[in-house]
Write a protein that binds this ligand. Structure first.
Ligand SMILES: [Zn+2]
Length: 257
């Protein structure tokens, strides 16, 4: 015996304000034949259509709803009038995106200008930032979009020491630096756009210098070196970037001493 019936959230009959696509629905039901009751859970996977989805309205097909929660746990506020189920998503961070109200920039408010914007060159030229360029490039509050890996590759491309400061660089070197940021990031984006099968557990299978210490420099074939810090390493090429000078590696110095 079978009879078609709508699934919770499957397709609202009229939904001009639909903000998500329903990707998958999994029903886990227990039948109480004597009491003529069905009880269970419905897991619905949705993909946002719009940015900043804060509230979700699903067709509740006249079921009683006792609890609404995110897949990872965490109960959500909801309202239910027998026909519609309104779920308040609040400001949960989930799989890398934020759910925010209109006009609320959330964590983006603390970000510096995008690394690919023209603002980067302006920011570097005549900068009185006394920090090393490697530090400046990977500080998301100063410029957004460059991590440690790409900071290594950018400086390798620009043939600049990771220890250089903006004030120590000539206008030409600063120009090369901005151009290298653009080139390295645009090439990386090209590669990422071609990637299939999801992200690897460790990014950086296409870095030119980053993480490749001990291997030959792709430009001069000399050995790439590293400077180790507590939680990360800076990789560079002495011949291309520091005039042959090997930068002090505290970990290495401790062993040598
Ligand atoms: Zn080199």
């Amino acid at each position: 015996m079978s009879r078609p019936f709508p699934l919770p959230g499957a397709r609202a009959r009229y939904a001009p304000d639909r903000v998500v696509d329903v990707e998958h629905i999994k029903l886990d039901l227990r039948l109480d034949v004597d009491a003529r009751r069905i009880e269970g859970t419905c897991a619905t996977t949705v993909t946002p259509i719009l940015d900043g989805v804060r509230r979700l309205t699903l067709d509740a097909v006249e079921l009683d709803v006792h609890e609404v929660a995110l897949a990872g746990g965490g109960a959500l506020e909801f309202r239910h009038d027998g026909k519609r189920l309104q779920i308040d998503l609040g400001r949960e961070r989930k799989v890398g995106w934020w759910v925010l109200a209109d006009g609320d920039e959330g964590p983006l408010a603390r970000l510096g200008p995008d690394a690919l914007s023209a603002e980067l060159a302006v920011l570097l030229h005549g900068s009185d930032d006394a920090r090393r360029v490697h530090t400046i490039l990977r500080d998301q509050r100063t410029v957004a979009g460059i991590g440690r890996g790409y900071a290594d590759d950018v400086l390798h491309r620009a043939r600049l020491s990771p220890y250089a400061t903006p004030a120590s660089l000539s206008p030409e070197q600063l120009e090369t630096l901005s151009a290298s940021v653009r080139e390295v990031l645009e090439e990386a984006l090209e590669i990422e756009r071609r990637r299939t099968g999801g992200l690897p557990t460790k990014l950086g299978d296409h870095f030119a210098a980053h993480g490749r210490w001990g291997q030959p420099c792709p430009r001069c074939r000399g050995d790439l070196r590293r400077v180790s810090y507590e939680a990360y390493e800076v990789t560079y090429c002495p011949s291309c970037q520091t005039g042959g000078k090997v930068l002090a590696d505290r970990r290495l110095s401790r062993i040598v001493r």
